[in-house]
Unconditional design. Structure first.
Length: 492
């Protein structure tokens, strides 16, 4: 009996230890989100604040073409139109403004172009956040709430650069709204909901996770998108991306055509700053440094005596701009902004834009392999002032291009604005040196090996000194911008 009791106690202890081990294995790590059994309670909480947005744009059309002017039997010019084909005539009358149509005989007419989108109330007084492209050029904006009520909205302000807009519904207060969360705290793998109006299907909810952060998709100069696999489709634009606390962490904006489970949302921390400015002044004021920038590639890092590819290469400096006055030069590499290391070139425009106009900022630049501190006074970015000129990253290249000395006549012929002295690229060998380097027909080579060039012989001498696999640093002008490229000599 004693031995049996001991065995039973031992087995019970082993079972208890095994059970505890299973519980510990199933428990999520500290700080991790538990997988919810259902999102139903969260949907009930957030959905009243999410609305559908219907816009109407009045489009004018010209008179119906003569081709569509139908006549009577046998081509009788005096007969009434549409005698033989009344249904077809009615079709063209409705859509092309033919005789008897909205525009009258020989006149144009108007029709209403409708579109759908989504939005979210962010204030009980009726302020509504959505995408700019949802309401752009709209003559009428109607907000449809979850209970079916329709109310007109007016534009408080909109910002094309971030594709955000702030609306306000008329004559309403104490509306349901959602608080804004902190998108910086969201992690890849966190659960999120997307609520909106995809394809006109009202009050649609989809769930997924954050797939990535900081995505650059070429939508604008301040790209910093949250990527999610929560289903987003046309009509979801402007709707909220929501965390498990019921907070808005993003504004659903873009999808990948022909892609599945790939959607993009503007981080709410960016949207919050834009929204506050739109609400206060109706416009967004951004800081401006006055530089054209491009990424630092491995080849460029070697030419500029850099240890790595971190930082932002200054391709050109706007004359009398903040950077010019601070002493920043073309070819400098900005590696820090206000003590923050710049790991990639996309971060600088965002940091500068968020800086109040008139503030003094500290930068660190690399010039000829040496670090230099620089102090600049941030200016105001005007709509006509480009902040960044994106350069194409050159691949491994071989020399091969057709050059011609730039003359005023050739500049006019090729449509080259504000051309300087240099050599114009008149031909690019397919798959050859210029093609793979990123050079294009019409580019103007201003410098080679950091020396001005304006003759074919001079360029030929510099290129002829290259060893197999060695690169030649070029400064080129492309339309209004300048950028650096490195062209490598063939290795064999």
């Amino acid at each position: 009996m004693t031995q049996i009791s001991r065995d039973r106690r031992g087995n019970a202890l082993l079972a208890l230890v095994a059970g505890l081990a299973l519980l510990l294995a199933a428990a999520p790590p500290a700080g991790a989100q538990a997988r919810p059994d259902s999102f139903a309670d969260l949907v009930v909480q957030v959905s009243p604040a999410v609305v559908n947005i219907r816009t109407v744009k009045i489009v004018k059309r010209g008179p119906m073409p003569d081709f569509f002017q139908f006549h009577g039997r046998g081509g009788d010019q005096g007969g009434e139109p549409g005698e033989e084909m009344p249904d077809l005539h009615e079709f063209f009358r409705r859509f092309f403004g033919g005789p008897g149509g909205p525009g009258g005989p020989g006149k144009g007419g108007e029709f209403k172009q409708r579109s759908l989108g989504s939005g979210v109330f962010v204030d009980p007084q009726g302020y509504l956040l959505t995408n700019n492209h949802v309401i752009a050029e709209a003559d009428e904006i109607v907000v449809v709430m979850k209970d079916g009520q329709e109310v007109k909205a007016e534009i408080v302000g909109r910002d094309k650069k971030t594709d955000l807009a702030l609306l306000k519904v008329k004559g309403r207060s104490e509306l349901p709204f959602l608080p804004l969360g902190n998108s910086d705290e969201m992690r890849v793998g966190d659960w999120v909901l997307a609520v909106g109006n995809p394809f006109g299907l009202e009050n649609t909810v989809t769930a997924g996770i954050i797939s990535a952060k900081g995505r650059i998709i070429g939508a604008g100069p301040y790209d910093d998108f949250i990527q999610t696999d929560a289903s987003i489709n046309p009509g979801n634009s402007g709707g909220p991306l929501i965390n498990l606390k019921g907070e808005v962490v993003g504004v659903n904006t873009a999808i990948v055509a022909q892609g599945q489970g790939i959607g993009f949302a503007i981080p709410v921390n960016l949207a919050r700053e834009v929204m506050n400015q739109l609400r206060t002044t109706g416009r967004v004021t951004r800081g401006w440094l006055g530089v054209y920038i491009q990424p630092v590639t491995k080849e460029l890092a070697e030419k500029f005596k850099l240890e790595g590819t971190d930082g932002v290469l200054v391709a050109d400096v706007v004359k009398d701009g903040p950077a010019d006055k601070a002493g920043i030069q073309r070819g400098d590499v900005i590696v820090e902004f206000e003590g923050k290391p710049l790991k990639d070139w996309h971060s600088l425009p965002r940091l500068v834009a968020e800086t109040p106009v008139g503030r003094e900022v500290r930068l660190k630049v690399m010039r000829e392999g040496r670090s230099r501190p620089v102090t600049a006074i941030v200016g105001e970015l005007k709509d006509e002032q480009p902040e960044a000129a994106q350069a194409e990253e050159p691949a491994k290249v071989q020399l091969g291009l057709t050059l011609q000395r730039l003359t005023p006549e050739l500049a006019q012929q090729l449509g080259i604005p504000k051309a300087r002295k240099g050599l114009v690229v008149t031909g690019v060998q397919n798959g050859g040196p210029a093609d793979e380097a990123g050079l294009r027909r019409g580019d103007v080579i201003l410098e080679a090996a950091q020396k001005p060039v304006d003759s074919l012989d001079q360029f030929g001498r510099l290129a002829g000194k290259l060893k197999p696999g060695e690169g030649l640093l070029l400064l080129i002008q492309r339309q209004e911008a300048t950028l650096f490229l490195v062209v490598k000599a063939p290795k064999n």
